[in-house]
Ligand binder design. Structure first.
Ligand SMILES: *Cc1c(COP(=O)(O)O)cnc(C)c1O
Length: 464
């Protein structure tokens, strides 16, 4: 192409502000800055096409391109995900689906002002813990409670407050890594506490703790081995024995539960995970748990325990750095209130316990209905299969919960999974035994139809 022809084509490109006017007319609610930027990018891309010899984009296609760029710029980076993995609490996709009551509470306080830490009697500043402390004490049976950013923060804060420059006794079988970068030895180092490891990886005895106690011991720490299990020739010292030892020497026992809840999982036909009530009743001075694991609320670190210790923890300078905002407090308060209700009410109104309670026959009906919605190219097939659901986030890591799903057999399961991950909503699924598996248990109400549509379109694009 001659330089002159090329220049003619370039002159055919609209000015950015002209294109922006057209695009604005088509989507009048879009923010003008984003429209201008999207149009600038579209014109730039069209210019590159011309320079590469690909010719001038027709006006409609250029407008389409600008609309696509605008869509990318204005849609949230946090794309929705349909969770077909069967893992109910999945850290990568945000752990808990909040109960409706919590969602309403968040939306209400997000919009305006609220008495976050405003004492209505005096008109002065109070403490934001007032919204959750009474509730937490009632649920846990503790004297006091405070809430921070997450369980990792809670552990750091507690050790900094109670054990800086002093020793913390912990079993070698409990030096946990939770994923990401939460490792007990590192949190210990950050807090300024000195870690005093006792026992062996597989076995720790009460006498190991006893021999480690000295005048510089500040805390006996127990950590729930959330995401792994040590089997075979193994033993850990029960909490009550640690509490008795602590009493003897005046040393508080801190119990890091992680997934600690306010209802025993045995009510859902599962093995028990430790509850916060049990730890408090057994005599732990301070207990920590995550807001978004078995409590199924917002990300938070919940500290319950005796008034003496919780008050000291609350006053530590780090507590200010780790404090939670109004959205978290509102969501947590509403989520916790569900645990005061009957089990039936909890199951109906709390997504995690609803998922946990779904029986096989109900899931099978869902799977058959889902199968009926699939329209796949001939290269693909699908059938109802048995699957394994998991609680996730370090609860019952080796306990598979029998479930029902769909197994897709396609020419390239990885390609389909990739295409589904990149969609909006994105889909999280599992590839196993040569199948792309979609577990019905973790689909939220109304998602099955959307998911079937996404699968149909992705398969058609790949293989029709
Ligand atoms: C999950 C977990 C943590 C970390 O909790 P976050 O709320 O994710 O920070 C800490 N300790 C234990 C035992 C855990 O299971």
């Amino acid at each position: 192409m001659s330089g002159v022809d090329m220049n003619d084509l370039l002159r055919g490109l609209p000015a950015v502000h002209e294109l922006a006017e057209t695009v604005s007319r088509r989507s009048p609610d879009s923010p003008p800055g984003a429209v201008r930027e999207a149009c600038r990018r579209a014109v730039e891309e069209a210019r590159s096409r011309i320079l590469e010899g690909d010719g001038l984009l027709p006006p409609e296609e250029l407008q389409e391109l600008a609309a696509r760029r605008l869509d990318e710029m204005t849609s949230s980076s946090m794309t929705d995900v349909i969770n077909a993995t069967g893992v109910m609490l999945h850290t990568a996709i945000g752990r808990a689906c909040l109960p409706d009551a919590a969602v309403r509470a968040v939306s209400r306080v997000a919009r305006g002002y609220s008495v976050l830490q405003w004492n209505k009697e005096t008109g002065k500043r109070g403490h934001r813990d007032i919204h959750t402390e009474g509730l937490l004490c009632r649920l846990a049976g503790s004297e006091a409670a405070t809430v921070v950013n997450n369980n990792a923060g809670a552990t750091l804060l507690i050790l900094s407050t109670l054990a800086k420059g002093r020793e913390v006794i912990v079993s070698r079988g409990q030096l946990v890594e939770i994923g990401g970068s939460f490792r007990i030895p590192e949190v210990m180092k950050q807090s300024g506490a000195i870690m005093r490891e006792v026992g062996c990886t597989n076995r720790t005895h009460l006498r190991d703790y006893r021999e480690a106690v000295n005048e510089n011991t500040a805390v006996i720490l127990r950590v729930h081995p959330s995401n792994y299990r040590i089997r075979g020739f193994s033993s850990e010292v029960p909490l009550e024995d640690l509490v008795a030892l602590g009493k003897e020497f005046g040393i508080p026992v801190v119990d890091d539960l992680g997934a600690g809840s306010y209802i025993d999982l045995k009510h859902f036909g599962l093995p028990s995970e430790p509850t916060v009530m049990e730890s408090i009743e057994t005599g732990a001075a301070v207990v920590t748990s995550s807001g978004d694991k078995l409590i199924g609320g917002p990300q938070a670190g919940i500290i319950t325990g005796s008034k003496e210790y919780v008050d000291r923890i609350r006053k530590h300078p780090l507590a200010r750095a780790l404090r939670v905002g109004k959205l978290t407090i509102a969501a947590l308060e509403a989520s916790l209130k569900l645990f005061l209700e009957s089990r039936e009410f909890l199951v109906e109104n709390h997504p995690l316990y609803r998922m946990l309670s779904r029986d096989i026959e109900e899931l099978r009906r869902d799977a058959e209905e889902f199968l009926g919605m699939l329209e796949l190219p001939v290269a693909c097939s699908a059938r109802v299969i048995g699957t394994d659901s998991f609680v996730g986030s370090g609860s019952l890591p080796d306990h598979a919960i029998a479930s029902i799903g769909i197994g897709l057999n396609t020419p390239d399961n990885e390609a389909l999974a990739l295409s589904l991950r990149k969609g909006d909503p994105a889909v999280a699924s599992r590839i196993e035994d040569g199948l792309l598996k979609m577990d019905m248990r973790t689909l939220q109400p109304g998602e099955a139809e959307v998911l079937a549509g996404l699968v149909n379109r992705a398969a058609e694009r790949l293989w029709a």
